[in-house]
Design a protein around this ligand. Structure first.
Ligand code: PLP
Length: 396
């Protein structure tokens, strides 16, 4: 199976016919516990001498099929699923970090991740710092850095980081290179092919794709995934349920097809509005003028389904625009077949505070669009109508 092409693996990897019944769809193993037969076997399962299912916090066959499919799509040895993307972030941190370690990241990150790094990790004696870019990271790296964390494209400014260079820099000080691949999905970028050690997803987004389940997953080498299973699932316990795993398995079968539609729509929207008088800047890595376009063209198969507009006129303009949209429902989250829109500075990134957001370009005028798979011409008309609500101040 792992020699098959991506679209074939998206459909088939991680499961075959269920052996006891021949069920074609992966059954939802809706059980908390598994009878292990006799006391000796129970001891062997708990000590890890024998592999098998015994308690769904630590492993469940439906969840396992999701892990295997994602590992196959990312091209990693293994993967471990969690109850949410944030469950994956916190399990990773609690597994690999210890007091005295440093975490370096390139911002902005998703507000929840950056908030966890900035406001929670310092309680555990871990220092967290933000590098402006990879040059800044290279200049400031020390042997205390245990984890270099990047998101590409970033949420919400669609900044691009060169994954190979980030991985090389991390490895130069013995640190773990981690990439949040939520925005790209493995259909567009496979960070492990560029040397990244751990790939993270909010499965809630493109992997599921239908806005009906919350989940997260980490992918990487088998040893580290084994450690994550022990710390992240046994001790922290943010485990994914089988219903959600089933929905992710179903969603991932169409991931490559959906991503093609998301990317085509987003590219059309970005090109159509790049010179609109109400918009100060359109952020989309598929535009040649985007600062990360060349790197994105190297490491992405296409440029993704997320577009952000920075509107002239700040928060008032962003609000008028978002309130004027019809097809783009105002809601956080992204990656659904339905188009969504949000104002990051007042919602997903609010906790980071005005100074950090201003420095990172998450301005009051920034509106984030998650382009769904509807007909792009309808989406363009919807955006045009909404922009009519925005008053553009005359340039002096
Ligand atoms: C890039 C990115 N990473 C991680 C997360 C966290 O995922 P979850 O909401 O599934 O916990 C999000 C959520 O929006 C995200 O956008």
């Amino acid at each position: 199976m792992n020699n098959s092409r991506f679209r074939t693996r998206a459909v088939h990897a991680g499961h075959g016919l269920e052996p006891s019944t021949g069920a074609h769809a992966v059954p939802i193993f809706q059980t908390s516990t598994f009878g292990y037969g006799d006391a000796d076997r129970g001891e062997r399962l708990f000590s890890g001498q024998e592999r098998g299912y015994f308690y769904s916090r630590l492993g469940n066959p439906t969840v396992r099929a999701f892990e295997e499919k994602l590992a196959s799509l990312e091209g990693t040895q293994d993967a471990v699923a969690f109850a949410s993307g944030m469950g994956a972030v916190s399990a990773l941190a609690l597994t690999v970090l210890k007091p005295g370690d440093e975490v370096a990241f390139i911002g902005p990150l998703y507000g929840g991740t950056e908030g966890f790094f900035r406001h929670i990790l310092d309680k555990f004696g871990v220092t967290v710092w933000e590098a402006d870019d990879l040059d800044d990271l290279a200049a400031r790296l020390t042997p205390n850095v245990r984890m270099v964390y990047v998101e590409t494209p970033t949420n919400p400014t669609l900044r691009i980081t060169d994954l190979k260079r980030a991985a090389d820099l991390a490895h130069s000080v013995g640190a773990l290179a981690v990439a949040d691949n939520t925005f790209a999905s493995p259909a567009l970028t496979r960070p492990a092919e560029h040397g990244i050690d751990v790939v993270l997803h909010s499965a809630t987004k493109y992997l599921g794709g239908h806005g009906d389940a919350i989940g997260g997953i980490l992918a990487g080498n088998a040893d580290l995934m084994g450690e994550l299973r022990v710390t992240g699932l046994r001790h922290v316990g943010a485990s994914l349920g089988p219903q959600e795993a089933y929905l992710f398995l179903r969603g991932m079968k169409t991931l490559p097809l959906r991503m093609d539609a998301h990317c085509a729509g987003a590219q059309m929207i970005a090109e159509h509005f790049r010179a609109h008088p109400a918009i100060r800047a359109v952020y989309y890595p598929g535009l040649p003028e985007h600062a990360g376009h060349n790197v994105a063209a190297r490491q992405m198969r296409a440029f993704g389904g997320m577009v952000s507009f920075d509107l002239h006129g700040g928060y008032d303009a962003a609000k008028a625009f978002l309130n004027g949209l019809g097809l783009f429902v105002q809601a956080v989250s992204l990656g659904d077949v339905e188009s969504l829109s949000c104002h990051p500075a007042s919602t997903t990134h609010q906790l980071l505070g005005a100074d950090t957001l201003a420095r990172q370009g998450v301005t009051p005028g920034l509106a984030r669009l998650s382009v769904g798979i509807e007909d792009p011409l309808d989406l363009i008309e919807d955006i045009e109508r909404a922009l009519e609500h925005v008053t553009v101040a005359p340039t002096l």
